[in-house]
Design a protein around this ligand. Structure first.
Ligand SMILES: O=c1ccn([C@@H]2O[C@H](COP(=O)(O)O)[C@@H](O)[C@H]2O)c(=O)[nH]1
Length: 288
């Protein structure tokens, strides 16, 4: 069941849906322009958000930005017929995807070569109801390298390339006057091209970048909007973990031991599952 919400005076969202891996879509509405953040994973996903915005009487999007190239954020692009802003690498990757003839064999080949995962293949099959020939990919047409600002009338969205493990082209979008930072999936581990990983240096540098905004609300594409306090509380656990990995290197037992002490876990109390997985991702990210 799709869930829509006006999260502030100027920001409307369609929340993430996990069944077919639909990320959050957002519309940032200024006096003279509306910016759409991400295009969705399919025409159906895009249409659901557009219909909600119409129903709410919101000024329709004038321009879109992609947070990164992954299918779930970009394959709905064609449905919107909008000027689309993307980082240079995002545009390059989607140009390559746009040239493909999409069908089950193409997706099978992309899985075999590690460009996407078997889980993505399943998510695509679910979203496109088994017919992968319905996939349409379009290339973005406004390309930037490091920063671009979008003025919406009384609101400025600062788009910034940050990279990271999840996708080499990840960007964040800061709605300055609202103090709201859209993180896309920038803080997540890698998902394609081998075992999932976090690279300690990249992760800690990214956290510094994120903290420097001093945002009041932080939004991850597959999560719920969080207050600064909630977000810092959650991500701080990963920061502590990354610092233990810097200290102990390829010694997961020592990492876990000291992390448990820092988190104040009692003897016999289980390490939260997400952190146990993340230890493995950080180990995978260490140089061989
Ligand atoms: O652990 C995971 C998480 C996700 N995937 C697949 O990758 C794509 C892109 O990742 P996002 O975090 O959703 O952007 C996602 O649609 C899943 O199909 C994965 O293989 N393993």
């Amino acid at each position: 069941m799709s869930e829509f919400e006006r999260i502030s005076e100027h920001i409307y969202v369609m929340h993430a849906e996990h069944d077919t891996d639909r990320p959050m879509l957002a519309a940032v509405v200024g006096h003279s322009r509306t910016l759409l953040i991400d295009g969705g994973n399919s025409a159906a996903h895009a249409a659901a958000f557009r219909e909600y915005l119409e129903k709410e009487g919101v000024r329709p999007p004038d321009v879109m930005v992609l947070t990164h190239h992954h299918w779930d954020h970009s394959f709905g692009l064609a449905e919107w017929s909008l000027p689309t802003i993307a980082q240079k690498k995002t545009a390059e990757i989607l140009r390559g995807f746009a040239e493909l003839k999409w069908n089950a064999d193409t997706v099978e080949r992309l899985v075999a070569e590690g460009t996407i995962s078997g889980r993505t293949q399943n998510d695509m099959l679910a979203e496109y109801e088994g017919d992968l020939t319905r996939i349409r990919v379009e290339e973005p047409n406004i390309v930037f390298e490091r920063f671009i600002d979008v003025h919406l009338g009384g609101l400025t969205c600062e788009i910034r390339y940050v990279g990271g493990d999840h996708a080499e082209d990840s960007c964040v979008v800061y709605v300055k006057e609202e103090g709201t930072l859209f993180l896309g999936d920038a803080l997540a581990q890698s998902v394609y091209g081998g075992p999932m990983k976090y690279t300690t240096g990249k992760f800690l540098a990214l956290l510094d970048t994120v903290f420097a905004y001093g945002a009041n609300v932080l939004v991850e594409s597959h999560g719920r909007p969080m207050s600064r306090e909630e977000f810092y509380g959650d991500v701080r656990r990963y920061e502590l973990l990354a610092r233990q990995v810097l200290r102990h290197g390829r010694n997961p037992e020592a990492v876990e031991h000291d992390l448990r002490a820092e988190l104040g876990l009692a003897e016999g109390e289980a390490l939260p599952e997400d952190l146990a997985e993340a230890i493995q991702y950080f180990m995978n990210g260490l140089d061989k």
